[in-house]
Design a protein. Structure first.
Length: 202
């Protein structure tokens, strides 16, 4: 185990859910995603951590989200993006295979930001996992209460605000319900375009 992933596992614990990654998926993303990420897939699968707070995912399942929310947005740097991870609230982490840039999507507020690094793409992936913490994945500190009230998420589920914030919903824990993640994110993508998180959001 590399030291970077050990930091991540110390913070989030061993996976409680694991889906084995098919050889065909490893082949599909070879040279499109960093080898370091593919080695994590081979060892740990696509998995859920910390009772569902953080998940590594199959990028192919999220391609409709990328098409709807990213490819059609003229303000996002043009690249071939792949969703590699997400949190319980549908926030997405995408890898740009050409620019080697992380694109982060804050799903509930339809915002995005970038994280760039001059290190190698394998070190970039390792560092991404090492710097994650629970607070970053749960910025409103709603996760524990939502899990206690609604139960642990399945791999294809997320916690979402109902009504969604773009339609006047309230960002309160009592407004959270369980939703199918792909369907819910597609709905969000169709009602509000992504906007960049700039100085006006600080």
């Amino acid at each position: 185990m590399d030291d970077f992933l050990n930091v991540f596992l110390t913070e989030f614990g061993a996976p409680f859910y694991r889906a084995e990654v098919p050889i065909s998926s490893i082949a599909r993303y070879r040279r499109r995603l960093p080898d370091q990420l593919l080695s994590y897939w081979e060892k740990y699968g696509w998995s859920g951590y910390a009772d569902g707070l953080f998940w590594t995912v199959n990028p192919q399942e999220f391609e409709p989200i990328v098409t709807e929310w990213v490819k059609q947005n003229p303000t996002i740097v043009v690249d071939s993006y792949h969703v590699i991870a997400r949190n319980a609230f549908g926030d997405l982490h995408l890898w740009g295979e050409n620019t080697q840039t992380f694109l982060m999507i804050d799903a509930c507020w339809a915002r995005y930001s970038y994280m760039r690094s001059n290190v190698s793409k394998d070190r970039n992936i390792s560092t991404f996992f090492a710097i994650l913490d629970r607070e970053h994945c749960d910025p409103l500190a709603f996760f524990d209460a939502a899990r206690k009230r609604l139960g642990r998420l399945k791999h294809d589920e997320m916690y979402g605000f109902v009504p969604v914030l773009a339609l006047g919903g309230s960002a309160q824990e009592r407004s959270i319900e369980v939703a199918k993640i792909i369907e819910h994110l597609l709905f969000l993508s169709q009602i509000e375009p992504l906007r960049h998180i700039g100085l006006e959001d600080i």
